[in-house]
Design a protein around this ligand. Sequence first.
Ligand SMILES: C[S@@+](CC[C@H](N)C(=O)[O-])C[C@H]1O[C@@H](n2cnc3c(N)ncnc32)[C@H](O)[C@@H]1O
Length: 196
Amino acid sequence: MRWDIINHYIRDRNFSHYLEIGIGQGVNWNRIECSTKVGVDPSEKAKEIVPDIEQMTSDHFFLANNDKFDIIFIDGLHHADQLLRDVRNSLRILNQNGVIICHDLLPDIEETQLVPRQSKRWTGDCWKAWAYLRSTDPNLKMFIYDIDHGVGVIERGQQNLIDCSNLDWDWFVKNRGQLNIRSYDPNVLQMCDFGT
Ligand SMILES: C[S@@+](CC[C@H](N)C(=O)[O-])C[C@H]1O[C@@H](n2cnc3c(N)ncnc32)[C@H](O)[C@@H]1O
């Protein structure tokens, strides 16, 4: 699950500063083992469940924050434009060999990714932000683990860009392989082998 991947990076790279955008009920948060954890969520419910979070939107947090982080988990508002902004803001405060993890990148059916939300289980259209970055930013390394509705990993580096002109559901069905999808084996986490 997402926390296994996050905890693996924390252990493997000796990370000490963790930021989570979007806490929800703390399901992931409570499983993360890191010496410094900062959580951000605007909802009162999240604040009740995890009292020591920053109760604000990610946009407000990034405006006010001066800290740097080793690993940032983005799981807030699942709209493509918001995810894109969260990734760009995260890159500004990411330590040199740091990692950004994004959740919900692989919707299984069209309805799951519709914005505004129309289904109980909802990934939103985060995949569009991912595809956009795969097609426009050569200075990142990106892949998605095919578990838990898609857990994406971003680092600074180099990648070959893909072509995506019309990001609709048809494009996703035909081209999802171009998003760099990997199967997940908890015993063989390929931390360094990104491919392109
Ligand atoms: C899917 S839940 C997070 C689940 C949690 N990360 C986990 O894995 O257990 C999404 C959360 O994002 C929060 N959220 C919505 N808009 C946000 C925003 N603009 N900035 C930060 N968090 C936001 C919601 O309040 C909700 O609690």
